[in-house]
Each structure stands twice: as structure tokens, then as C-alpha cells.
Design a protein around this ligand. Sequence first.
Ligand SMILES: N[C@@H](CCC(=O)N[C@@H](CS)C(=O)NCC(=O)O)C(=O)O
Length: 143
Amino acid sequence: MIDHIGIHVKDIERSKAFYTKALAPLGYTILRDFGPHVGMGAGQKPDFWMSEGTGEPNRLHICFVAKDRAVVRAFHAAAMAAGGVDNGKPGPRPHYGPHYYAAFVKDREGNNIEVVCYARTTGARRATAAGRSSRGRRSSSRR
Ligand SMILES: N[C@@H](CCC(=O)N[C@@H](CS)C(=O)NCC(=O)O)C(=O)O
């Protein structure tokens, strides 16, 4: 499932004006405005982002959702093995949200591909027998 997508624009004010009008029929409004980074959405959560002056305009940022943090790490390893370029190792990104855990890889064309997990679970505990968490390992496996 796609969590959010981001495009690069040359003029954020122009793009804000355009997309505010163009996406109004879909119920989209500006939900976050960080100056050069603006997020729009039809509900509470922005899923369409515009960033001014960050990279080449034809490069996309696409973020997929993972069910747990182990999947985020597996994505990063698999994407790197497939020839991707590291753009952010798996780990917390508290500046994006309290439980935001993500990894970033540039694909072979330079697109910025992200996988994010919002759940607190590492995935390791889920893998223990019958879902029982092993108390002895809890502190070491927690992130
Ligand atoms: N190297 C950074 C990458 C962060 C990143 O790419 N964040 C996304 C937003 S979730 C972004 O800035 N996208 C805009 C772009 O790719 O131009 C990290 O590891 O945190």
C-alpha cells in the first residue's frame, strides 16, 4: 500500500495554487505547510507532498507502508542488493512522527523510495513462538 507520494516543483506557491484548485473536487486541502514542503490530503493525513527545489523535477518520492520494522529493514537490504543507492538507513525518524520508522533507497533512476512502519513492533517479537514475547530479549530487541 502506498503511504504517500512526493513531487518536486520549481515554484511552491504556484503549485499550491494549482493543486488547491485542481484537487478540490476530490476533497484535497493543504494539511501541512512547512514552507518549501507542503502536504495535501483528503482526510486527516497528507498523502500528496510537493517540495520546492529539492532535486530534479522528474524524480519522484514514493513511500510504501510496512506492517513492522523487520519489513523496513528487509526492504532496505533487498533494495541495496538490487543495485539501489542508500538514502537513509532503517531507523526512527522522530521528526516525522513519534513511531515513524523508515528506510530510504534511491532506485536505479534516482527516485527516492521509502518504506515506513508506524507500528511500535520490531517484527522480531512477533516471530517468537505463539506470539509470546521473550522478556529476556525484550530490551535488546526494542528500538
Ligand atoms: N536521508 C534522509 C531521507 C529523508 C527523505 O527523503 N524524506 C522524504 C520525506 S518522508 C523527503 O524529503 N522527500 C522529498 C524528496 O525525496 O525530494 C533520511 O534518511 O531521513
